[in-house]
Design a protein around this ligand. Structure first.
Ligand SMILES: [Cu+2]
Length: 489
């Protein structure tokens, strides 16, 4: 098996290419291969088992993830409980698919927080192996960040504190268990966490039922409708089914008015370029909050873990119009304009005032690249080591990090970069202006092969160890592309 996979990987590498050079994988390696094979949640599925589930497009209505109710509303915090548990969920129509879930749902329940009001989540692990939760984009204390080796044992529970001292935005929570996060997240350990800012209400953006979280990801299924996970095969040629809020190519009935969609690319590995058939998507927010001003888009690139808040004005289209959000992988979801609804929202020309960046006291270089033997992906020439601190940052200081993807071999290998704890601003891409939609707060940036991105962040409030990594989840989870910083007083 190892040998076959090895050959497959080599073949994939040789065939790699494309504008972003996103399709290459390192040859398989002993250690994680054993780790994965030893793990009972690797059901022995192989890429040869993958079938097209054959669900006719637009035959299922897209669900909206349920909103989690607090179990307690204290004077100083909203308290939630969420179980990590296996569940049989309906992804394909009429089929029960084994998944790992938060709260029993393939797309976990949405937690709605408010700026400045603390949220406590008591996660109980009812899986038979360790797992945890990372609030992606959350500015949280180190012991609530879901550090990869800081896990919740089976049967145990753990209270995480989320202060919500950051701008209103679209975050998500997902597992971050060392070496297992790729498989865990792939099998369903993901959900939305929205921070609402009451100061945003006066902007009169679409809200309530017209504000819809939209998780988009890819997946591979076998003949029995079960998820196939294989960290060593090329996801671009194997994970060919797209899911919108956990269902394949659904339709979503809308009224003839503006809607806000909080789009998250929750794929482990795939970047998507979304299009709405040339129809405008007005981007109002990115990973970390509202943009200074809306940006008109007809296409939208999101690498894994990136978010974009967009407003689509269905009021410009007659009842009966069907608009398809599609991608390189075909249709994602069809919006059917089915009814008249009163329009009471707008998108103001000015959305947010971003604070001036404090002057940076340090400029660092971070390199993403293959190991010398081309078996692994490393950061700054080293594999992840929990006993080594790669970067020490003084709390409260501002730094510029220049992150370079040197993997221009094999036609180029795409990476992206996610920094825990902070939100950052993109300064430039090899001296050129940031991409459209990168004018606001970010926590994850795409870094095409052979290019570099400079970001600036202020490392405020908390001390402790936090990781930074490529968010192509197999790269960080299985192929070592992760490092850590320690924030010191
Ligand atoms: Cu990567």
């Amino acid at each position: 098996m190892l040998e076959r996979r090895h050959l497959l990987a080599i073949g994939t590498l040789a065939a790699a290419g494309g504008t972003l050079g996103v399709k290459a994988w390192p040859a398989s390696a002993e250690k994680p291969a054993k780790a994965a094979a030893n793990h009972h949640h690797n059901h022995g599925s192989r890429t040869t088992d993958i079938v097209d589930p054959g669900v006719p497009p637009f035959s299922i209505r897209m669900p909206v993830p349920r909103v989690l109710r607090p179990v307690q509303q204290r004077a100083d915090a909203d308290v939630y409980e969420l179980e990590l548990k296996p569940a049989n969920v309906e992804i394909l129509p009429g089929v029960r698919t084994a998944a790992l879930t938060y709260g029993g749902d393939f797309v976990g329940p949405t937690i709605k927080a408010k700026v400045g009001r603390k949220v406590l989540v008591k996660y109980r692990n009812r899986l038979d192996h360790p797992a945890n939760a990372h609030l992606h984009g959350g500015h949280v204390p180190a012991d609530s960040d879901g550090y990869p080796l800081d896990v919740i044992s089976p049967g145990a529970s753990r209270l995480y504190t989320y202060p919500n001292n950051q701008p209103g935005t679209t975050l998500w929570y997902h597992d971050h268990t060392h070496h297992m996060e790729a498989e865990h997240v792939y099998r369903g350990l993901h959900g939305f966490y929205l921070i609402e800012d009451p100061r945003e209400y006066k902007l009169n953006l679409p809200c309530g039922e017209f504000d819809v979280p939209l998780m988009i990801r890819d997946a591979a299924f076998d003949e029995a409708g079960q998820l196939v996970f294989d960290a060593y095969s090329d996801p671009y040629s194997t994970r060919l089914t797209t899911l919108a809020n956990g269902r394949p190519q659904p339709y979503f009935p809308v009224g003839n008015r503006r809607y806000r969609f909080r789009i998250l690319n929750a794929s482990n590995h795939r970047s998507f370029t979304f299009r709405l058939g040339g129809v405008e998507m007005l981007q109002i927010g990115s990973d970390g909050g509202l943009l200074p001003a809306p940006v008109s888009r007809t296409e939208l690139l999101l690498s894994p873990a990136e978010r974009a808040d967009v407003v689509i004005d269905f009021g410009k289209h007659p009842i009966g119009t069907k608009l398809v959000l599609d991608s390189e992988l075909g249709p994602i979801v069809r919006f059917d304009v089915t009814r008249r609804v009163r329009e009471d929202s707008q998108v103001p020309a000015v959305l947010a005032t971003l604070p001036a960046l404090p002057p940076a006291t340090k400029e660092r270089q971070v390199t993403l690249g293959l190991s010398p033997d081309q078996q692994w992906f490393w950061i700054d020439g080293k594999p992840f080591d929990e006993n080594r601190v790669d970067i020490t940052v003084k709390r409260g200081t501002t730094e510029i990090w220049k992150i370079t993807n040197v993997d221009d071999v094999f036609g180029g290998i795409e990476h992206n970069f996610h920094l825990h704890l902070v939100r950052f601003r993109v300064l430039d891409r090899d001296g050129a202006p940031p991409l459209p939609g990168e004018s606001g707060w970010k926590d994850t940036v795409v870094i095409p092969a052979g290019t570099s991105v400079r970001v600036q962040a202020t490392f405020g409030d908390y001390t402790g160890k936090y990781v930074y990594h490529c968010h192509l989840m197999e790269h960080s989870s299985v192929f070592q592309m992760m490092a850590q910083m320690e924030i010191v007083p």
